[in-house]
Design a binder for this molecule. Structure first.
Ligand code: IPE
Ligand code: IPE
Ligand code: MG
Length: 226
């Protein structure tokens, strides 16, 4: 058995609990979490067998949070993208956001577009941040676009109209909960699911490496026989 996870997707959960456990504001956890985004992305970029890393950063449901937390997350995202552009370029990492970006401020949309354009020539890892992303919303938007272009519905045409047309091989959720929270529902049809109690700010590339090691031992049958 020598599967390697070509597409890894991570539900980065547990930032708030991590901060609160230390008597800090939830926002402190998001700040720390953004540093882990950088380190995990850099790790994946150094492993050529990993083609794609998709990170759940803000769900279509996260708008329900207090205004102050949502605003903090928007500012943090903009700050992260501006600051990390050199990391993308040095690591030959191509940034391809997924999600409905039209709900963001013009200024944030502009920054997202700038990083996307500036890194589109990069041929290494494709890093996607899932931003205002929901698996159901993604399928609805794909269906609407198929209808608008009068395209025949098929497995291939739906897949091609999604924000991300690539199946997930390995899906990891940090933070101890065992649910998908509307993440990559279509793409994870045959993903291997790994859950860890580690809170996202404490997740490390060592732990990712251990999970990848376990993934490699799994026999994936895709409905067939081995
Ligand atoms: C995940 O951490 C980050 C986002 C959803 C933006 P949480 O903020 O959900 O942290 P917990 O799960 O409440 O600890
Ligand atoms: C999922 O985490 C969303 C992100 C990690 C961005 P949540 O904390 O929003 O999920 P629930 O509410 O526990 O399902
Ligand atoms: Mg959470």
């Amino acid at each position: 058995m020598n599967n390697h996870p070509s597409h890894i997707a991570i539900i980065m959960d547990g930032n708030g609990r991590w901060a609160q456990a230390q008597g800090k504001n939830r926002t402190y956890g998001h700040e720390k979490g953004s540093e882990v985004v950088r380190s995990i992305t850099t790790y994946c970029a150094k492993h050529p067998e990993i083609d794609r890393l998709t990170l759940y950063a803000f769900s279509t449901e996260n708008w329900k949070r207090p205004k102050m937390e949502v605003e903090f997350l928007m500012k943090l995202l903009q700050k992260y993208l501006k600051k990390e552009l050199p990391t993308y370029l040095e690591g030959n990492i191509c940034f391809q956001p997924v999600g409905d970006l039209t709900s963001f401020s013009d200024s944030l949309q502009k920054t997202i577009e700038e990083v996307k354009t500036a890194t589109q020539h990069c041929t290494g890892l494709i890093q996607s941040l899932a931003l205002n992303y929901g698996g159901r919303d993604e399928v609805v938007r794909a269906a609407a676009s198929l209808q608008a272009s009068n395209t025949i519905i098929s497995l291939e045409s739906i897949t091609a109209h999604l924000d991300c047309a690539t199946d997930v091989d390995l899906l990891i959720r940090t933070g101890g909960d065992h649910r998908l929270s509307n993440f990559m529902l279509w793409q994870s049809a045959y993903a291997e699911l790994f859950f860890t109690n580690t809170l996202w700010p404490e997740f490390t590339s060592d732990e990712l490496e251990k999970i990848i090691h376990k993934f490699k031992k799994v026999e994936r049958r895709f409905g067939g026989l081995h």
